[in-house]
Design a protein around this ligand. Structure first.
Ligand code: NDP
Ligand code: A1CAB
Length: 264
């Protein structure tokens, strides 16, 4: 096998994973080949990470693991000829695309479907994985190695992968909107923009860390902050009035449904 890892699609998520694999020494740059149609993109990835690059997916697929990171809409074009590639194992991060669809495209290969998220860029991602019947514990170990380099890894039933996509795959966008909106609130209340953004971001980060470290239920944490007749309950009453909880639940469900559609 020419490479240990062949990355098909060097876009946002492809680069996020690539950067952490190199930074964590999980792979040497010389072990990785990235294929992407855009010459500027290839040049950037080669220069920044020292990996091999190619416009030809078949070259990247001469690897122990073929990692698919193209858009779901580009999969058919990207997969032409790859069924006969020597790569024994395919890992896909494509939203919605099922193991059954991947098995039809790559018969007789071990396949692992994964759903990472963009905090992968800073090693703080979370990735869910699900494997087909041909995947051995060795293949799963390789997938775990890849996604451990970008954060934590959980194994779920494949039937839950679209729900994972709706929650943690798309979730960084919901949290980013929330941080932006909290900062806007601070600005409305008179804070300078830069300070408002710093306060909002650190509040989200610190709260997530607090829940993680203390294992407090979020409701307990909310109760700790909420003094009788205080400021917080005045805000919570507004959030409930505006339907924040319901909006968040519906957002996750809408993204899950969209992942279902992408897999049809
Ligand atoms: N962004 C996210 O937060 C997450 C995305 N995902 C999944 O990751 C996948 C990639 O998403 P993302 O990185 O955001 O998308 P990008 O568009 O940033 O990356 C896809 C890359 O693949 C390239 N490409 C297009 N066609 C081909 C082809 N035929 N062969 C090889 N490469 C090709 C694109 O080039 P060009 O731009 O020239 O078309 C682009 O560089 C998607 O399937 C998405 O569902 C999963 C989790 C999170
Ligand atoms: O929006 C999308 O379709 C991709 C999948 C998960 C996050 N981004």
């Amino acid at each position: 096998m020419k490479f240990q890892l062949g990355l098909v699609g060097g876009g946002v998520m492809g680069e996020a994973i690539l950067s952490r694999l190199i930074a964590s020494n999980a792979y040497l740059p010389s072990d990785i080949c990235v294929s992407d149609p855009m010459p500027e993109r290839r040049d950037l990835l080669a220069k920044k990470y020292g990996v091999q690059v190619t416009p030809n997916n078949l070259v990247a697929a001469e690897a122990e693991i073929m990692l698919l990171a193209v858009k779901p809409q580009s999969l058919n074009a990207a997969a032409i000829g790859l069924a006969d590639s020597p790569a024994p194992c395919v890992v896909s991060i494509l939203a919605g695309v099922t193991l059954a669809q991947l098995e039809a495209m790559f018969p007789s290969k071990a396949i692992i479907r994964a759903m990472p998220n963009t905090p992968a860029q800073v090693g703080a991602g979370v990735t869910a994985i699900a494997a087909n019947a041909l995947a051995t514990s060795e293949h799963l170990g390789l997938a775990r190695k890849i996604f451990s380099a970008v954060g934590t890894v959980v194994e779920v039933a494949e039937s839950l992968m679209n729900a994972v996509t709706g929650l943690s795959g798309s979730g960084p966008a919901y949290v980013a909107v929330m941080i932006e909106a909290m900062a806007d609130g601070g600005v409305a209340a008179g804070l300078p923009r830069a300070i408002a953004l710093q306060l909002a971001t650190q509040t989200v980060l610190g709260t997530a860390q607090l829940i993680t470290e203390t294992k407090l239920h979020p409701a307990q944490l909310k109760d700790q902050v909420t003094s009788p007749a205080g400021t917080t309950i005045a805000a919570i009453a507004q959030l409930e009035k505006a339907g924040l909880r319901s909006a968040m639940i519906e957002a996750v469900l809408a993204a899950t449904r969209r992942a279902d559609e992408l897999g049809k």
